[in-house]
Design a protein around this ligand. Sequence first.
Ligand SMILES: [Ca+2]
Ligand SMILES: [Ca+2]
Length: 272
Amino acid sequence: MIQRPFLYSRTGAAIAAMFALCASAQAAVVDVTVTVQNLAPANSVSFAPLHVGFNNGSFDAFNLGGVATAPIISVAEGGAGGAWQAAFAAADPTATRGTIGGLLLPGASSSLTFSVDTALNPFFTFGSMVVPSNDFFIGNDSPTEYRLFDAAGNLNIAAIGIKASEIWDAGSEVFDPAAAAFVGNNDLRRDQNSVVAFNFAELAAFNGLTTGAGYTFNSALTADSDVYRITFGVSPVPEPGSYALMAAGLMAVGFVARRRRSDRQPAGMAAA
Ligand SMILES: [Ca+2]
Ligand SMILES: [Ca+2]
């Protein structure tokens, strides 16, 4: 009569240990599907591909009131972001980086899935050019503004919404519709030598121009207009090691269960 609770506790402990081991092996890596949406009104702003990085919070691409440097200029003036990606890789070599979608027209959306270590790379950083413009972009000033994952690996942030009042002007290229991306000739760009500031009102100066996508631009933005949304969806990714741990855990449970059965046998049979 004493043996039964003892065996139950042994079995319970083995199962608990199995799940604890599996959980610790799985917690760090998840699949994160990032969906981007252009929420601007019809015929208003479009966006270049979104550059993203899941990271440790050490890469800071720009500062409000500071002179824009090559990394953020590569996002803001042409959208390609080559220097941004390179500087990100140098500052944070274990970050998971990528680029989502192509030209994102008003009303359009795009998605991409990343495999992310939530312990190593809990923060999210992004940047995309706003067009038409000379040097406008969206992005996070503070590299630790968006902590997607808590210490336990849980998703903290379901979505990031961006309003027109949060559009940046890099201050690196002079406002000039003739030189602006999406409506003008990039070869005509001239240095502005100013600093990063918020600016969406200047976009209305492009109204009436024909964009590279063929629509006639009309900003129609007010400070409170929603222009962009980044949504996060997470699913766990079992690592190969967790399967071995699970198998070991099941074997331990099986061993205890067998012992339990043999212990139950009448004394006479065991002796025989
Ligand atoms: Ca900053
Ligand atoms: Ca400018």
